[in-house]
Design a protein around this ligand. Structure first.
Ligand code: ADP
Length: 477
């Protein structure tokens, strides 16, 4: 078969020939030959049609070539991109969604709640069509092993991500992205950034392209960092406990002294000619209460010193502050510092780790005490307040009337190892920040307050599970 180019050249040659003949015929017609004139007209029409057809073929050929080029570009991108791409056949899913819409389902979330089996139906309605080189490296299997396979296995670890992706698609959103875990064909679990971009009319789109980027290394590095931070926080707590030993000893001494006093009193009541049973019972009851107090203190110290993984529990923030202040009582008394604890009784509970949050309060308060002592102020006062910033956020602030913070230091306070103290470590504030951020909050500082000192504040999300706060405001401590 002749190549198209040659056919086209021949047609063009013929058209030119026709044009020359046409001109000759035209000359004849001018000389009065009617037949020649009609032939000329017919020939002219045929030639024009032919030239039009040639032009159409050329345009078609160009478009076809462009399509081939674009397809090649897509293939190239698809197979060579350093991101794992998998193409899915979404036709069954499109049909499922159409049916749901016809039934009047507006939001897929509540539908999943009442039909949990539908999630699996959606997974099975999406099957792999193709995978690029990177996807095969990442998920294993050969090119052919993908074709027609359901998505269900990939989502075994995190079906919740798939559910959110489906809800997003049903809402008609053009993008979905989430850090999650996916299961490979050989059963490994990989940390990935899962993305899907839906171009065009989503509801009718019968193919889906999903991209996955392996973020295992980053996740491992983050875990390592968190572990190092936790170790640092633990070491800082232990060294803080070392500094507070006097305070702790003092704390324990109080119930021990009370136990001794009550024991002696009980013995006296017992040694009377007629032992007073009522008084003896009272002293023994006091001994039991004081023993419990001592045991609580020991448990608190033990919690602070232990290397337990953080625990999430519903907490009253004011209780956390009160407990933290118990640790500091002796330190505050010996340095003549007055603490005003201003709780807002309306503040709901927060979800967090009791020991870590106590550590934040202790760190901020110790910094304030040290700043005021260094500056040699006589009037040393710390105000700790809690308030609801908005319906979802609690704000706690620790304010002192010390020297405040130099302007050039404000931006560096939370940097690791930044310290202006001779024997400082510069880790107290970075640890506070990592604890608060891990609880979903923010922390900051103001260089000087109306009292001239520094003000440190932090926020914490109020737990959605929070129970109503106490209605009896506690007096200032
Ligand atoms: P360190 O106490 O070991 O120096 P921190 O991270 O706790 O480490 O504090 C870093 C620095 O922040 C301190 O050295 C001090 O300069 C400054 N700072 C912290 N709290 C206060 C405060 N209440 N008033 C003035 N400066 C403060």
């Amino acid at each position: 078969m002749l190549p198209i180019q040659t056919i086209q050249d021949r047609i063009l040659l013929w058209a030119w020939g026709s044009l020359v003949l046409t001109l000759l015929s035209f000359a004849c017609s001018l000389l009065g030959d009617n037949f020649t004139a009609i032939a000329f007209a017919a020939f002219l029409a045929a030639s024009l049609t032919l030239v039009g057809a040639i032009m159409d073929i050329t345009a078609l050929k160009k478009a076809h070539a462009e399509l081939e080029r674009s397809e090649l570009r897509y293939r190239h991108l698809f197979s060579r991109m350093p991101i794992a791409f998998r193409q899915l056949d979404a036709s069954k899913l499109v049909a499922l969604f159409r049916k749901l819409r016809a039934e009047g389902v507006k939001d897929l979330g509540p539908y999943f709640d009442s039909h949990p089996e539908f999630l699996r139906t959606c997974m099975d309605a999406l099957s792999f069509q193709e995978a690029n080189e990177r996807a095969i490296q990442m998920f294993g299997g050969g090119v052919q092993s993908y074709v027609g396979r359901s998505m269900a296995e990939s989502w075994k670890e995190r079906p919740d991500t798939f559910r959110r992706a489906m809800e997003s698609r049903y809402r008609g959103e053009t993008n979905f992205e989430e850090e999650t875990k996916m299961v490979t064909w050989d059963g490994r679990v990989v940390d990935v950034l899962f993305t899907t971009a839906r171009v065009g009319p989503i509801n009718d789109l019968e193919i889906s392209l999903v991209g996955t980027i392996d973020i295992s290394q980053r996740v491992r590095a983050q875990q390592k960092l968190q572990q190092v931070q936790a170790e640092f926080a633990h070491d800082a707590r232990v060294s803080m406990l070392g500094e507070l030993t006097a305070s702790i000893a003092h704390e324990i001494n109080q119930p021990l002294a009370a136990i001794a006093t009550n024991g002696a009193a009980g013995l006296r009541w017992l040694n009377r000619p007629t032992p007073d049973i009522v008084e003896i019972r009272k002293t023994i009851e006091n001994i039991v209460v004081d023993t419990q107090r001592a045991a609580n203190i020991v448990a608190r110290v033990h919690r602070m010193a232990s290397r337990k993984a953080p625990e999430q529990e519903l907490l009253s923030f004011d209780e956390i502050i009160r407990e933290a202040l118990l640790f500091l009582r002796h330190e505050l008394e010996s340095r003549s510092v007055t603490i005003l604890h201003r709780p807002d009784p309306a503040v709901p509970q927060v979800l967090g780790d009791r020991t870590q949050l106590q550590q934040v309060i202790v760190n901020l308060a110790i910094n304030a005490v040290q700043a005021m002592s260094q500056a040699g102020h006589d009037d040393r006062r710390i105000v700790i307040s809690t308030a609801t910033q908005d319906a979802a956020t609690l704000c706690c602030s620790v304010e002192d009337n010390g020297p405040g913070i130099a302007d050039e230091h404000v931006g560096r306070l939370f940097e690791s190892f930044f310290t202006t103290k001779e024997s400082g470590m510069g880790m107290g504030l970075p640890i506070c920040r990592s604890i608060i951020e891990a609880h979903g909050g923010r922390i900051g500082a103001e260089a000087s307050t109306t009292n001239g000192g520094a003000r440190f504040w932090f926020t914490m999300p109020i737990s959605a599970m929070a129970v109503s706060p106490r209605s009896d405001p506690r007096p200032e401590a």
